[in-house]
Design a protein around this ligand. Structure first.
Ligand code: NI
Length: 163
């Protein structure tokens, strides 16, 4: 278990398409453990493998309250989506920034667990947003490309809220 270095915007690895996982070996299990450590250390909601420099289709998400299990998704794929939500989004690879992004309000995702067993996860609102955001990472897409009116500093928002 170790905290890995989070790659930041401008790093080419974040623009590449990640490869499908064919089998879960020990190296991949270590990667997943490290991704969870890195996610919690950074106090994030989700992390995709390319954000730690590994071009494999692996995502970890934890939008839950304390005590719940994180969601580990291997080769995730959106198979259904509906509705729309417009809201603020941030990314551990774009520190200190936030942007407004439109996402589906509901998604149904097919993925594989660490035993390469297929499962389905359905998400509304924040989880739907996180699933879309992290799967975009696997395709080399950062939210900043989708942000309506560009990205802002989180400090600007804090100032606005103080007023
Ligand atoms: Ni991100």
């Amino acid at each position: 278990m170790a905290i890995r270095n989070i790659r930041e915007i401008g790093d080419k690895v974040l623009t590449k398409v990640s490869k499908e996982v064919k089998e879960v070996d020990n190296k991949l299990l270590v990667l997943i453990d490290d991704m969870l450590d890195t996610l919690y250390n950074a106090d994030g909601v989700g992390l995709a493998a390319p954000q730690v420099g590994i071009l494999k289709r692996v995502v970890v998400i934890d939008v839950s309250e304390e005590g719940d299990e994180p969601i580990i998704l291997i080769n995730p794929e959106i198979i259904e989506s509906s509705g729309s939500q417009v809201g603020n989004e941030g990314c551990l690879s774009v520190p200190g920034k936030v942007g407004t992004v439109e996402r589906p309000n509901y998604v149904k995702v097919k993925a594989y667990d660490v035993n390469m067993k297929e499962f389905i996860v359905e998400g509304h609102e924040l989880l739907a947003r996180a699933l879309c955001h992290e799967i975009d990472h696997l395709n080399g897409v950062l939210y900043v490309e989708k942000a309506i009116d560009g990205i802002r500093s989180i400090y600007d928002i804090e100032e606005q809220e103080d007023n």
